[in-house]
Design a protein. Structure first.
Length: 255
């Protein structure tokens, strides 16, 4: 998509992209990112969540059933976390069942995408009307870059709720963190993070497997090779280190 847009000065609003390159306004001054899967927002919520519990190591399972856009999204997400100083590794898995289609998930994604597309059209109409009625400047609708700048650092109030854009015209996302608790079928919302907030709002208590948050790494390390677990004298052995597994979901908050 970037190769097609590069060099144009026609205004373009992209409803869904996992790319980060479009934040570069030297290359793409005419592009507004109005979709609901902003990579920067994902970096923000994961960073704040990990820092809250002093976690710096991230291990990601990347399943073969992921769609191309999600594969691209996770690549940019991993790069962003690594740039913030996290130690990030990932492993490829193949746990998906090609014969089982999650119709509920597909319909949920379609609903979110349809709402984002609706908001995108309403936003464009609002900014277009504002531009045409602005007596302070000569209106040139062929200048897509100037039109795009009207989205920067602004909050729009629509019937679906407030929509905020950052300094380069990328939509900020209100996000929530959910956890599967007590064998429940549906996850429980435990934290929310509004689009421009610096801190989480606690909604419910986290249910840890142990009575405390797991450490950043097991005492013996993920491979059991930490020197503190070596046996004194000839040879050495590895202690058994308990690992804690907690089910989390990170998703966009619907207003």
């Amino acid at each position: 998509m970037g190769k097609l847009i590069s060099g144009w000065n026609a205004f373009m609003t992209i409803g869904g992209t996992a790319e980060t390159i479009f934040r570069n306004k030297t290359l793409y001054p005419n592009v507004v990112l109005a979709g609901n899967n902003a990579v920067k927002s994902m970096h923000n919520i994961y960073t704040k969540f990990f820092q809250r519990f002093l976690w710096t190591s991230v291990y990601i399972l990347l399943d073969a059933s992921a769609t191309p856009v999600h594969l691209l999204l996770i690549q940019n997400f991993v790069s962003g976390l690594a740039a913030k100083g996290f130690r990030v590794k990932f492993a490829n898995t193949n746990m998906g069942n090609p014969e089982k289609i999650n119709l509920g998930g597909i319909l949920r994604d379609m609903r979110i995408s349809a709402r984002a597309a609706y908001e995108d059209v309403i936003l464009f109409g609002h900014v277009l009307e504002e531009t045409l009625n602005d007596p302070s400047r000569v209106v040139d609708l062929n200048d897509g870059s100037a039109f795009a700048r009207r989205y920067w650092n602004r909050t729009f109030w629509l019937d679906t709720g407030p929509i905020e854009f950052d300094e380069v015209g990328e939509r900020k996302q209100p996000l929530i963190i959910q956890q599967f608790q007590k064998g429940g079928v549906w996850p429980t919302t435990i934290m929310t993070l509004d689009a421009s907030a610096n801190e989480f709002v606690d909604v419910a208590s986290i249910s840890w497997v142990a009575p405390f948050p797991p450490p950043n790494e097991p005492p013996c390390g993920f491979l059991g090779a930490n020197v503190i677990c070596w046996k004194k004298g000839g040879g050495h052995y590895y202690k058994m280190c308990q690992s804690l597994s907690v089910g989390w979901t990170f998703k966009y908050k619907e207003i």
